[in-house]
Design a protein around this ligand. Structure first.
Ligand code: HEC
Length: 145
């Protein structure tokens, strides 16, 4: 029994170490936990249409997200210098569900520099539509190398 307990502890430590190493610059558990339960499992209702993605990339991502998230989505935009927590590195993929990426895009991550972009939170004229929010999820997934 004692032995089993010990090996479970070792396995747990090894797993959390590999997770920490693998996702060092990925979205933290604390950030993901900010998303309400009913938003986590939402599936992307907007198709990954190449033209729409290009348009949102040009019209919204480059103008509103790139300065922090970087043109390649690696979190190294000029505006991200010294930011704590820093923007995530999406080139290694994201542990977030589509619903979590969408909710955090629209509502922001409380107590960080990531402000929400939906109407009522973003500055007037800067907000993005629900459709653009879901297209952002396709854009974020597209950064994965
Ligand atoms: C002023 C800098 C800044 C801008 C501009 C910005 N972000 Fe962020 N973003 C951040 C930071 C910092 C985090 C990390 C927050 C955390 O760790 O909780 C973040 C986190 C996120 C997340 C949370 C999920 C994840 O993978 O960590 C999403 C999704 C996201 N940003 C999307 C966007 C989109 C889309 C735009 C443009 C419409 C945008 N951001 C604009 C700084 C910014």
């Amino acid at each position: 029994m004692k032995r089993l307990k010990k090996s479970i502890t070792i396995a747990t430590v090894a797993l959390s170490m590999s997770l920490a190493a693998g996702f060092a610059a990925a979205t933290s558990e604390a950030t993901l936990a900010k998303v309400p339960a009913d938003a986590v499992g939402l599936t992307n209702p907007v198709e990954a249409d190449e033209d729409a993605i290009k348009m949102v990339m040009k019209k919204a991502y480059k103008k509103k997200c790139k300065k922090c998230h970087g043109s390649k989505g690696n979190g190294k935009g000029p505006g991200a210098k010294g930011m704590e927590p820093p923007p995530p590195d999406w080139t290694a993929g994201s542990p977030a569900t589509d619903g979590q990426l969408y909710w955090l895009t629209m509502n922001g991550s409380k107590d960080t520099e990531m402000k929400g972009w939906k109407a009522g939170i973003a500055k007037k004229g800067k907000e993005i539509s629900e459709e653009e929010g879901w297209i952002m999820v396709h854009i974020i997934r597209g950064f994965e190398k």
